[in-house]
Write a protein that binds this ligand. Structure first.
Ligand code: SF4
Length: 563
């Protein structure tokens, strides 16, 4: 048993100077850490997870809900366990953001679901892509978004159709298992795994072993909250490793060769924190067990009393990296890990947009769908075009981009042209390339403001006003529809957080609080840093392009040298 974190220990009794009497010691409230406080649930979320294992809801969906319909679904299944299978109710159309905080959840929600298809490593065959596209067309009104976690999210799904959707997905090796919920979510993986000419190591075997051994494992399906993983073998560090609960980043150790540097405890939203290096070197063979050790530390020691303190980052903050490493080695691995080396700063673009040579003499083509918005039709078309030009593999990226792999040199030009004709550019403007947006008010019950459409309008306006901006340092723009951070606003040059703001006439309108100066490690920036809220600096939803234009022009005027 290890020592409890500082804030879990009882405080010393202060003496009362006036009376000379000692006040009784205030007993520290338990944090719900299973290994320290026991497993008695301390809130309703913990209760429902223990009452009936969340993954078991699948049986009820197949046997009961799909037959009897939406009204048969119990509250704990609908708002709790369904998430373990990638299902969230979506927002009723037409409810403005001003009512998000005042309405009850059931008043905000529709009888339709968003469905996340889990795509570990973002790797899909064209057959898999076509299957998702057909599901989108048959059951999702043609909707599809590439998320910034390499998933594909569909909308308008009815519970009656979920078993058939699973049947189709599983027939091509895909699933929605643990796509959401308090469990190990999709594993981000380098989109150029196994194909990049400058790759240090292919992370695919590690991703596959974690997937096979641990995803859907009931012993890991009741974590304190979500658990996000990332792994890359590419020097561009292309998996936003600084904001995951666990990340493996390839490094070359002077004595031990190529392996991984281990990072833990990153996460945004409440109290954003960048992940920290544990300072250990992990071999490819050890990586799945190390992953398993870290996820079990989270399960056993993670805080479960308050949901907004339940992510791994809070435990890491209290323990520190030294203790975390010690517990991992002593209690979970049973061996010591050697000291690691820090990965060098990224050396190339990490969104992989454009045409690039790959191993074996073919090419991969990276395109930029605007803020990840695609459709069933577009995905089907991509599958057709890829196959027509000799490719059977695509990849999704954590930057809402899409790659087509294995394109023979003589086919590159024609494929790039045909992709451009369906709005997927290999040479997008910097604004189209560097802007991402979350789901927003169109479907999300928590949203206050629209995101994707506002972003698309702003991009069009900026392209018209400022051209391709290739002369300038590219500016990243991340847009969220609420104070959560699904689009990582703290990690962009300009981050916009959805809220109601005052316009020039004093009316309350949809808009955004501005965050400035954030960024993850990239070609342009040696290390990650979180952006800061600029108090009082807000823009209306109609004013995004005006604001970005002002910042861009000002920056161009005042920058020095290569700044
Ligand atoms: Fe919804 Fe807010 Fe996340 Fe956007 S940031 S998807 S609005 S919860």
């Amino acid at each position: 048993m290890t020592q409890a974190p500082e804030h879990a220990s009882a405080r010393p009794t202060p003496s009362d100077a006036a009376t000379g009497t000692a006040r009784p010691a205030r007993k520290a409230r338990p944090n719900g850490q299973w290994k320290i406080d026991g497993t008695t649930p301390l809130n309703h979320n913990e209760e429902f997870k223990q009452e009936s294992a969340p993954l078991q809801v699948r049986e009820r969906i197949e046997q009961v809900y799909a037959r009897e319909g939406f009204d048969a679904i119990t509250d704990d299944d609908l708002h709790g366990r369904f998430r373990w299978w990638g299902l969230y109710t979506q927002r009723k159309p037409g409810i403005d953001g001003g009512r998000t905080a005042t309405l009850e959840p059931h008043e905000l929600e529709d009888r339709y679901f968003m469905l996340r298809v889990r795509v570990d490593g973002g790797a899909l065959s064209t057959t898999q892509l076509r299957t998702i596209a057909q599901i989108s067309k048959d059951f999702g009104r043609g909707s599809a978004d590439i998320t910034d976690r390499q998933n594909i999210q569909l909308h308008w799904v009815e519970v009656e159709n979920v078993p058939e959707i699973w049947r189709r997905l599983e027939s091509v090796g895909l699933s929605t298992t643990e796509a959401c919920g308090d469990c190990p979510r999709v594993i981000l993986g380098s989109p150029v795994a196994g194909i990049a000419t400058d790759e240090l190591i292919d992370p695919t075997p590690v991703i596959e072993r974690i997937q096979e051994r641990f995803i859907g494992d009931p012993s890991l399906a009741n974590l304190p909250r979500k658990f996000k993983s990332a792994i890359t073998g590419h020097p561009s560090q292309d998996v936003v490793h600084e904001i995951n609960d666990i990340s493996f980043v390839a490094v070359e150790h002077p004595e031990l060769g190529i392996g991984y540097d281990l990072w833990v405890g990153g996460g945004l939203s409440t109290a954003p924190r960048l992940a920290e290096r544990l300072g250990v070197f992990v071999t490819e063979e050890q990586a799945p067990d190390v992953w398993h050790g870290v996820v079990r530390i989270f399960r056993d020691y993670g805080y479960r009393r308050l949901r907004n303190k339940a992510r791994l980052k809070f435990l890491l903050k209290d323990w520190g990296t030294e203790k975390f490493r010690q517990v991992l080695q002593d209690e979970y691995l049973g061996y010591e890990l050697p000291d690691g080396v820090e990965p060098p700063a990224p050396s190339s673009d990490n969104d992989h947009v454009g045409v690039h040579p790959q191993k074996g003499g073919t090419f991969f083509i990276g395109v930029a769908p605007t803020v990840g918005r695609v459709s069933g039709d577009i995905l089907a078309r991509v599958a057709d075009l890829a196959e027509a030009h000799g490719s059977e593999r695509v990849r999704l990226t954590p930057h809402q981009k899409l790659l087509v792999l294995d394109v023979p040199g003589e086919e590159v030009k024609a494929l790039a042209k045909e992709l451009r004709e369906i709005g997927l550019h290999t040479r997008p403007s910097e604004f189209r390339r560097r802007t991402i947006a979350c789901t927003g008010i169109e479907y999300c019950k928590l949203a206050i403001v629209e995101t994707k459409q506002n972003a698309a309008i702003a991009i069009d306006q900026l392209e018209e006003r400022l051209g391709d901006m290739s002369r300038l340092k590219p500016i990243s723009l991340n847009i969220n529809g609420c104070p959560n951070s699904c689009a990582r606003i703290q990690t962009a040059d300009i981050g916009l957080k959805g809220q109601l703001v005052m316009d020039d006439d004093g009316n309350q309108v949809p808009g955004y609080q501005v965050h400035l100066g954030g960024g993850l490690a990239s070609k342009e920036r040696d290390e990650a840093g979180l952006g800061r809220t600029v108090r009082g600096l807000k823009v209306t939803a109609d004013g995004i392009a005006d604001y970005v234009e002002r910042v861009t022009r000002q920056f161009e005027k005042e920058r020095e040298g290569d700044e």
